[in-house]
Design a protein around this ligand. Structure first.
Ligand SMILES: *Cc1c(COP(=O)(O)O)cnc(C)c1O
Length: 339
């Protein structure tokens, strides 16, 4: 790769680096010991998101994985069960943490193509109260899921089902703001049906580290205890919370640019003969697994970085560090590969 070329990293929206303005905000942050609840910037972040998303309390965590783990541990006890998508982050991509560390059994359910868990399928696996069975306690949804925005009506119906069966409802909202921006609604409109929500600041919002878990006061107190047990109690974490606050001030509405770029990239890839679909900030391109290594190497020569896996699709993710010229270069590189 010519060294005049900045790499265009489409692997994930986690790869963003803090902007100069964000670093300035981090430098200025007032800090204290957050394990004692004394970091004013962490407290400001938690208070702000509680208000914005409609919850009593919030907890800053080092990662989304930990926010989801302590949420599961605060909702469920040993021998309880959570219902979750078969391809959900909280089931498949968190190392089995709920089972390993929480003694909580997952009951996976296949996703519909739109990312929902069909509610008949959910209802079907709720266990009767009987010593033979784990106690079904919680339904976990993810929004966006692989870039897909869950329909608002579905969220309401899921809430009704949970109320009917005495279940609690958790949202893995790692990309909550992508969903809200795509729908054109305040983020609080997406979270209102949930008992708890986790939000990542370190994805498309561009903060270097951190997630926030939200819920009622008692739930957050239990989660804070589990966060400490998991080693997630941080001290002068206000440096990180300042980056998160900066991201919430400056990087939310611009998510629409990521969505626009993803849609444009998919349309243009289709013109080059690729089968490509965009969902919010992600583009999925059909590429046979056997061709993926060649594509990856070819793109790398053009300074475009992608990750490949075992699925016959590659995922291209838009974020803060991808601009229009970057999309143009990506299209040139794909075009050369197609020829
Ligand atoms: C990234 C992500 C998380 C949390 O990931 P961390 O890397 O642990 O912060 C959780 N859920 C989804 C859907 C994610 O994409």
């Amino acid at each position: 790769m010519p060294d005049t070329m900045t790499p265009i990293d489409l692997r994930s929206d986690t790869v963003t680096r803090p902007t100069p303005a964000m670093r300035e905000a981090m430098l200025r942050a007032e800090v204290g010991d957050d394990v004692y609840g004394e970091d004013p910037t962490v407290n400001a972040l938690q208070a702000r998101l509680s208000t914005e998303l409609g919850f009593e309390a919030a907890l800053f965590t080092p990662s989304g994985t930990q926010a989801n783990l302590v949420a599961l541990m605060a909702h469920c006890e040993r021998g309880d069960e959570y219902l979750v998508g078969m391809d959900a982050h909280t089931y498949k991509f968190e190392g089995g943490g709920a089972a390993v560390l929480g003694s909580i059994q997952p009951q996976p359910i296949p996703h519909a193509p739109d990312g929902t868990l069909p509610l008949e399928a959910v209802e079907h696996v709720i266990k009767p109260v009987d010593p033979h069975f784990a106690r079904t306690r919680l339904l976990c949804l993810e929004n966006t899921w692989h870039g897909r925005v869950l329909p608002m009506g579905y969220l309401r119906d899921a809430r009704e089902l949970c109320d009917h069966h005495g279940l609690r409802l958790h949202l893995d909202g790692a990309r909550l703001y992508n969903a809200a921006v795509a729908l054109g609604v305040p983020a609080g409109a997406v979270t209102r049906h949930f008992d708890s929500v986790s939000v990542c600041l370190s994805k498309g919002l561009g903060a270097p580290v951190g997630s926030v878990l939200l819920g009622d006061r008692e739930f957050i107190a239990r989660a804070a205890r589990w966060r400490k047990v998991c080693g997630g109690g941080m001290r002068q974490a206000g440096l990180l919370a300042a980056a998160a606050l900066h991201a919430l001030d400056h990087h939310v509405t611009r998510l629409a640019d990521d969505h626009r770029r993803a849609a444009h990239l998919a349309t243009q890839l289709a013109k080059l003969g690729f089968d490509a679909t965009a969902h919010t900030n992600m583009v999925f391109v059909d590429v046979p697994v056997a061709r993926q290594a060649a594509l990856k190497a070819h793109l790398a020569m053009h300074g475009v970085v992608i990750s490949t896996g075992y699925l016959p699709q590659v995922r291209l993710v838009m974020h803060l560090d991808i601009d229009d010229p970057g999309i143009a270069r990506t299209l040139e590189a794909f075009g050369a590969f197609a020829r």
